[in-house]
Design a protein around this ligand. Structure first.
Ligand code: NAI
Length: 231
């Protein structure tokens, strides 16, 4: 079985690639940064430099990749600004990578899953897509969009034995959240009942469950992985 992880060069995507490799899957990593090739080497995976925001690049890369069984739409960025300071490119970059990227990759690999009458898609959203956040209107809109997309795909392809679920992580310690000020990190931790950030490995464990046979009857869901931050 082949699993493709977008944004697998670091952070949550890297942990997912490592976990799914340990589960016995063949791994393909798509990312735009070169570190992806080192990670891929370490776990005997295939690395391809692909910008998921480009429909054209994704379509041609998917042709050379061939069919896959499992797609993990993980790559994402943030460009946080209050709306009145937000530029058109801040909006477009975030929406193009976080939401259109999920469309591009799912569109490219779904036909192969339909042919096999089996497939697993896991999309990485965020609790910000559920509760919103000051300074993150672009990010929140993209992550909320993923949730609606997931439910629609689950309805479209359930009959083909393909499940599609969303994980909504809370505050996970990665390079993305490394940019937060100590004050913001402290405030997040205070709002988390478990009183700590989550780890990329904890997200990877949930992905591993959702693609396993134990989760055969779960589709269209948004599962919070946030230490109880949003309930
Ligand atoms: P990260 O910034 O550490 O890693 C993201 C990866 O995506 C990087 O390797 C980056 O090069 C890649 N990427 C960015 N643009 C790309 C593009 N156009 N094409 C292909 N790859 C691209 O981020 P992190 O923290 O690992 O986040 C992973 C996902 O989890 C993101 O979708 C993020 O929004 C989501 N998330 C993260 C949370 C956190 O607390 N870290 C919380 C909730 C959601």
């Amino acid at each position: 079985m082949i699993a493709l992880v977008t944004g697998g060069a670091r952070g949550i995507g890297k942990a997912i690639a490592q976990k799914l490799k340990a589960d016995g899957l063949k791994i393909i990593i798509w990312d735009i940064v070169d570190e992806g090739s080192d990670i891929a080497k370490a776990i005997d995976a295939l690395f391809m430099k692909v910008d998921i925001a480009s429909f054209k690049d994704v379509t041609s890369a998917a042709k050379s990749t061939g069919d896959i069984d499992i797609l993990i739409n993980n790559a994402g960025i943030n460009r946080d600004k209050l709306l009145l300071r937000m530029q058109e490119e801040d909006w477009d970059n975030v929406l193009n990578i976080n939401l259109k990227g999920v469309f591009n990759c799912t569109r490219a690999f779904l036909p192969g899953m339909i042919k096999k009458k089996w497939g697993r898609i896991v999309n990485i959203s965020s609790i910000i897509g559920i509760i919103g956040n000051r300074g993150q209107s672009n990010y929140a809109a993209s992550k909320a969009g993923i949730i609606g997309f997931t439910k629609s795909i689950a309805k479209e392809v359930g009959i083909r034995n393909i499940t599609c679920n969303t994980i909504a992580p809370g505050y996970i310690e990665t390079e993305m959240t490394g940019q937060l000020t100590e004050e913001v990190k402290k405030a997040y931790i205070e709002s988390i009942p478990l009183k700590r950030p989550g780890t990329p490995g904890e997200v990877a464990d949930l992905v591993s469950f959702l693609i396993s046979e134990k989760a055969n009857y779960i589709t269209g869901q948004t599962i919070h992985l946030d230490g109880g931050m949003v309930m």
